[in-house]
Design a protein around this ligand. Structure first.
Ligand SMILES: [Zn+2]
Length: 237
């Protein structure tokens, strides 16, 4: 999935307002960020499916496969990363509910990718079983299902926050627009002819989007009914 992972972070911020939107986005996107780094290190790869060419008019989601994503995207490694990120958060903030949401955000990545991917999601390193419900096989299905999740998360987040100034409106909506356009482009446009740039271009894109979420977190505050801050507490952690 694509915007679905960002939807998780918007919803998580409403569930646990003391979490930074940036931190929980990093958690929900962690397997993809790791995948980019491991691709740059030539440990994980993406390739064209044998026998299918972009020139045949196939869509991006149909022509790529990820044969070896066991470290970034297997279920067991997802549990490991979830535990490590939650532990890192807890050791820094000493806030157990936030650590639980961080853990859930990382685990949600596998569940959402399992829903959208064709059966290429691994269970664990060393186990050949691959799973996936293949929502991506249907472009209308992807737009409707992931789009509905995305829209719902935006409405939930908007209902729980308010902009501190104009920047809180502009930065939020520009980020939402960039994510939505990138998502639609990913679904409908062919992948770049040179797949070696996917690692670095995706890493830059994900990093910018996570940084935007940290920025949005500073520019928008939680409305009081969702979280009564004690004196001296900050939302920006
Ligand atoms: Zn992923």
């Amino acid at each position: 999935m694509h915007v679905g992972h960002f939807a998780v972070s918007l919803i998580a911020k409403r569930i646990e307002p003391r979490l930074s939107l940036g931190t929980v986005t990093f958690a929900s996107m962690f397997p993809d960020v790791l995948w980019c780094i491991l691709m740059l290190a030539h440990i994980e790869h993406v390739r064209f499916k044998p026998g299918i060419t972009v020139q045949a008019g196939m869509r991006a989601i149909d022509v790529l496969e990820a044969p070896d994503i066991i470290y970034s995207h297997s279920l067991v490694m997802g549990m490991v990363w979830a535990a490590l990120l939650a532990a890192a958060y807890f050791s820094r903030r000493r806030y157990a509910p936030g650590a639980v949401v961080i853990c859930a955000a990382v685990l949600s990545h596998w569940v959402l990718d399992f829903t959208s991917h064709p059966p290429d999601m691994p269970l664990a390193p060393g186990i050949d079983t691959r799973l996936g419900l293949g929502l991506w096989n249907s472009i209308p299905g992807t737009v409707v299902a992931e789009g509905a999740l995305w829209l719902a998360s935006i409405l939930l987040y908007l209902g729980a926050t308010r902009a501190e100034g104009r920047a809180g409106i502009f930065v939020f909506w520009i980020t939402i627009l960039v994510l939505t356009l990138a998502w639609l482009n990913n679904i409908s446009a062919p992948p770049p002819p040179d797949l070696s740039i996917i690692g670095i271009s995706s890493l830059i894109y994900f990093s910018l989007m996570i940084a935007s979420m940290y920025w949005i977190n500073r520019l928008r505050s939680i409305v009081p009914e969702y979280h009564a801050l004690k004196p001296g507490e900050s939302h920006a952690d």
